[in-house]
Design a protein around this ligand. Structure first.
Ligand SMILES: C[S@@+](CC[C@H](N)C(=O)[O-])C[C@H]1O[C@@H](n2cnc3c(N)ncnc32)[C@H](O)[C@@H]1O
Length: 291
């Protein structure tokens, strides 16, 4: 045992990273090098870019042991963000863990589109439907200090995470976005509605991080995956002011179906489908007709 500890303490970080990458790859983790580096950066409390200089670091048995423990948990497919404790969304990191959906990097595209839609507006009114950890609402609030931001969530566990992440800066509402009567006080006034709702068709195979950790109600939405997007669109139309903008993330199988949901409402115009950086259909946008 003592011998094993000595071996670990003398291991260079480069060797530790290479070993972690091999273990993660063997476990089927999709981006093993990135995960190995992010976990090392987390343990060493340095930016990931600084890892290149780690060859010169003195041995640190405690840090190596902590690293091995985190890599071992990631090998069992515990989500990377649970181990890091946070997930990024644009300019903010939100706290995540058991009971809440882990924000995905591709959702930053939805945030960026929404922020562009607000350019030129002062004190914009923004609603994040299905806020989960509060990631999108937090991203808007941090990017636009003048914005009034409301966030809606149904699940009590997610509401706890969102409350901790959003504090007093965002008004957090416990509510069901399939209820067209929600937020009556905002009706016809909202400049931007953002939504990353559950959208995966039930029965779709998902990776272990999703199947075992993301709450099912955050992921799946009926046989075709549109069970929340359809009624959510009705609510969004009621909330938006004339000319207000709507952006909804969707499954990559919804390139036709999601735009069709929005186009099916004469109150919406300029319906456009957007791909993510990998070229996969990712979100749809539209705007409230200016009657
Ligand atoms: C895919 S997660 C997205 C969370 C967050 N917007 C993000 O991008 O990380 C969907 C969230 O919608 C919530 N949700 C599902 N159905 C809902 C409903 N009918 N009303 C309100 N929230 C709902 C889930 O609890 C979950 O937190």
């Amino acid at each position: 045992m003592a011998e094993g500890v000595a071996v670990v303490s003398e291991m260079s970080w480069r060797d530790a990273l290479d070993g972690a990458e091999r273990a993660l790859a063997a476990a089927g983790v999709p981006s093993p090098r990135v995960d190995a580096e992010l976990l090392a950066a987390h343990v060493l409390r340095v930016p990931r870019a600084r890892l290149l200089a780690l060859g010169e670091l003195p041995p640190d048995p405690a840090a190596h042991a902590r690293y091995r423990e985190l890599v071992a948990r990631r090998v069992t497919r515990v989500p990377l963000q649970y181990l890091l404790g946070t997930a990024p969304m644009g300019p903010v990191d939100v706290a995540v863990g058991p009971g809440v959906f882990v924000p995905r990097l591709e959702t930053e595209l939805l945030l960026e589109w929404g922020l562009r839609a607000l350019v030129g507006l002062t004190k914009p009114l923004v609603v994040d439907l299905c806020t989960g950890s509060g990631a999108l609402a937090a991203g808007v609030a941090a990017s636009r200090p003048d914005a009034e931001v409301h966030a809606v969530e149904l699940d009590p566990d997610a509401l706890r995470w969102a409350g901790a992440n959003l504090g007093d800066r965002v008004r957090l509402v416990e509510g069901d976005v399939t209820d067209p009567e929600l937020l009556p006080e905002l009706r016809g006034r909202v400049d931007l509605v953002l939504a990353n709702p559950p959208y995966v068709p039930e029965g779709t195979p998902v990776p272990p991080e999703v199947a075992d950790y993301d709450p099912p109600g955050a992921v799946f939405a009926g046989p075709d995956g549109l069970a929340v997007i359809r009624p959510l669109t009705v609510l969004a139309i009621r909330l938006l002011r004339p000319g207000g903008a709507l952006a909804v993330e969707h499954d990559d199988s919804h390139a036709i179906a999601a735009p069709a949901v929005l186009s099916g409402h004469p109150e919406l115009t300029d319906v456009v489908e957007h791909a993510d950086l990998a070229g996969r259909p990712r979100f749809v946008t539209g705007s409230r007709v200016a009657w």
